[in-house]
Design a protein around this ligand. Sequence first.
Ligand SMILES: *Cc1c(COP(=O)(O)O)cnc(C)c1O
Length: 363
Amino acid sequence: MEPWWQDCYGNPSAIHTIYGRRARDAVEQARAQIAAALQVSSEAVLFTSGATEANNLALKGLIATFPSDAHVITTAIEHRAVLEPLKRLARRRVIELSILPVNAQAEIDLEHFQQAIRPATRLASIQFANNEVGTIFPLSQIHPICQRSGVVLHSDAAQMLGRFPLPLSGPPTDFLSVSAHKCYGPQGIGALIVPSSDSAPRLEPLLEGGGQERRLRSGTVPVALCVGFGAAVELAQREWASDHQHLEALATRLVETLCHGLPDLRLNGPREHRLSGNVSVSFPDIDGMALLQALPELAVSSGAACSTTSPEPSHVLLAMGLDHQLAQATLRLSVGRFNTIDEIDRAAKMVIAAVHDLRRLRQ
Ligand SMILES: *Cc1c(COP(=O)(O)O)cnc(C)c1O
């Protein structure tokens, strides 16, 4: 990324200058790297400021083209960057919204999904994998159901890059939101994958102006961020197998150590076939805020890392049936590429000691 902030500081829209041309080539190379990793065409990759903007663009952009009685389906455990825009549009009666419930393992029922589709259903937004509890959604089964019913499928796939080997036929969805900083790329950049064929659903832009990204997203494209995004995605794809193995080994060890030290610990999310590296655990009879404060050395959160600083319990955990107390007494312990076994053991020890201390204090 460095040269694009220093020596080659050109505007990629300014194709008449040598700097502009070099910047543009760099952006196009990054676009090609992301397209190759996702098995889509380069034209399908639309740069945005992140998955939040990509979700907003897909949902609001599609809904703007729908008739007034359009019906939209989503799930109760989507990221707030999907739920908030959809709920606002439903409150304003722009759409009718069905929010599918999840079971205790944070899974949706496919039959339930099928039954929710009505003649007026135009769009479904179903995430690839849940960021809090690690559920992986069966999109390869959901997509054909949508196609048969003429429903457009959007998927928030911020958690997907580098965590899944993608099918060679491309992602099983029509629109896809991704984010660079979820796969070790820079913050402030992501992409919406927009099908580019003539028969693809139309989309209205959110940001209008110079029309830089296929007239669907205006604003000067941040060259350095694109370059970092492209490199991160290529690395993530190349290292997928070894990353996956490493994350699985660390997460398994973390869970086993924690369960051994705290037998009444509750593991959240599916037992198997889950997002690698994601560990969510709840501690009965513990004050969640006190627990977080007792672990200043650990970079953990109680719910989503990104839903501000409000101590509200996570909507994902509540949707799975946890009560407020248990939802608040939850730690999300994500392990990553650069973590070591030693760090995992130290973290587990700290958590076990903190829970024991808090329980002792109460007695
Ligand atoms: C992180 C995340 C987002 C938000 O992505 P940004 O690029 O930070 O806007 C959206 N959805 C999911 C599932 C996420 O994990």
